[in-house]
Design a protein around this ligand. Structure first.
Ligand SMILES: Cc1cc2nc3c(=O)[nH]c(=O)nc-3n(C[C@H](O)[C@H](O)[C@H](O)COP(=O)(O)OP(=O)(O)OC[C@H]3O[C@@H](n4cnc5c(N)ncnc54)[C@H](O)[C@@H]3O)c2cc1C
Length: 286
């Protein structure tokens, strides 16, 4: 099938892009096109105007300032994966990206595009939640900042309103070691179940813990109770067992021909155990 007809504009500033998006009811931004182009081809999306963000230089780039890493939404996934700054500041993002698609899709696909698309099985939303990222959104009325955990609402649904652009992601310096594990049908496929873990241990105490599941329901799920247990009791083998017993298995609703909900529930505890142990002993611990 071919896409339905659409107009095309390629502005060079955020202000012009916002003007174009705000001036058409069903205009849509296009970033790397790795999800949107297939959606156009299958006529799952039929915008009257595509606003190409690729010619806006201020939307791309990686910058560390005052302990905060700012990644422009249009930064290619491959550029983030190759960045030493990201490797040092937010290794969990690198670990997650290694599971996203393939070199050709990462060469075009952007960090912001993956987050704006909000596929429930995508790796980056869970990584952003586990890293306590802040999503920077531009609208004609100004900018607003939204914590990643509030940004993702449901399957293919975020707080982004029509006419808004995700301009950047801001990450505090990662505390603790981390691991990103997933089970997928093939290397490079979306996850059936994904786990992002970040565990900080100091003087034998667990000072911070983040455990986020993906692929199990409409959006990433933060395992708040398990995190609390790890912080209270430490990341000891006994505490890990207690934390695993508190995983939110009842939130699993994803049930498909590829993997039943029951299978996903069986995967979660073992995947979490491995992720917590790997994060606790991670050589990238900061
Ligand atoms: C073969 C293949 C395998 C893949 N495997 C995986 C995988 O394993 N894991 C995974 O997570 N993804 C996977 N993907 C998807 C890939 O990661 C996409 O890059 C990503 O989903 C979308 O990013 P994009 O830059 O291409 O966005 P686009 O496709 O251009 O846009 C996606 C959506 O986001 C909106 N959008 C984009 N940028 C912005 C912005 N800055 N502000 C507001 N809205 C915006 C668009 O309007 C559109 O609705 C795969 C894709 C392919 C083709």
């Amino acid at each position: 099938m071919k896409p339905a007809p659409f107009d095309y504009e390629a502005p060079t500033t955020i202000a012009d892009a916002l003007k174009l998006l705000g001036g058409h009811e069903d205009a849509r931004p296009i970033a790397g096109g790795q999800s949107l182009v297939p959606m156009l081809a299958f006529r799952l999306a039929r915008p009257s105007l595509l606003v190409d963000l690729n010619r806006i230089p201020s939307l791309a780039g990686i910058e560390e300032k005052g302990g905060v890493l700012r990644i422009g939404a249009m930064t290619r996934q491959a550029a983030v994966l190759a960045s030493d700054t990201v490797k040092h500041h937010a290794p969990l993002l690198i670990q997650a990206l290694e599971n996203v698609g393939h070199p050709p899709t990462r060469a075009r696909g952007t960090i912001g595009g993956s987050c704006a698309h909000a596929d429930p099985a995508a790796e980056l939303p869970s990584a952003m939640v586990a890293l306590d990222a802040t999503m920077v959104i531009a609208a004609s009325g100004g900018e607003r900042r939204v914590p990643a955990d509030d940004f993702f609402i449901g399957a293919f649904e975020t707080v982004l309103q029509t006419g808004e652009i995700l301009v950047a992601l801001e990450l505090p310096k990662q505390t603790g070691g981390s691991a990103f594990l997933e089970v997928s049908a093939r290397k490079g496929d979306f996850g059936i179940v994904t786990v992002a873990a970040r565990i900080a241990v100091k003087d034998g105490r667990c000072t911070d813990a983040a455990l986020v599941l993906g692929g199990i329901t409409e959006r990433s799920v933060r395992c708040a109770q398990a995190e609390h247990i790890l912080k209270e009791q430490g990341a000891t083998p006994k505490a890990i067992d207690v934390a695993l017993a508190a995983l939110p298995l009842d939130t699993v609703t994803m049930d498909s021909r590829l993997a039943s909900a029951a299978y996903r529930r069986r995967l979660i505890p073992e995947l979490c155990r491995r992720a917590i142990e790997a994060a606790t002993t991670s050589k990238v611990a900061l």
